[in-house]
Design a protein. Structure first.
Length: 99
């Protein structure tokens, strides 16, 4: 499937009341984050015990403004705190998780 089409489908889904059934937990967490439901996004991210889940968890704490907690989760994900905007980080994760 065309990557652009998949991306566009995901972005259009943000206008719906629920994420697509086909979304992975990582994409669901980012979907809820983009729809301003930080708590639901955090709940989902906490349940993903992988480096991908830790990366989303870190991003959410960075967005929340909890720098030390974010740094801890970035470390668990094997990453450093990014020096890009939150929007750029969200986009890069969407690109990665839609692969």
């Amino acid at each position: 499937m065309d990557k652009e089409l998949v991306y566009e489908d995901f972005m259009r889904s943000l206008e719906q009341s629920d994420p697509p059934e086909s979304c992975t937990p990582c994409l669901k967490a980012l979907w809820y984050d983009k729809n301003e439901n930080w708590n639901k996004a955090h709940q989902i991210a906490q349940a993903i015990s992988t480096k991908d889940g830790y990366r989303i968890h870190a991003y959410l704490h960075r967005k929340e403004g909890d720098r030390s907690n974010a740094a801890y989760w970035y470390s668990r994900a094997g990453r450093t705190v990014p020096q890009i905007s939150l929007g750029e980080e969200w986009e890069s994760m969407i690109d990665y998780f839609l692969k």
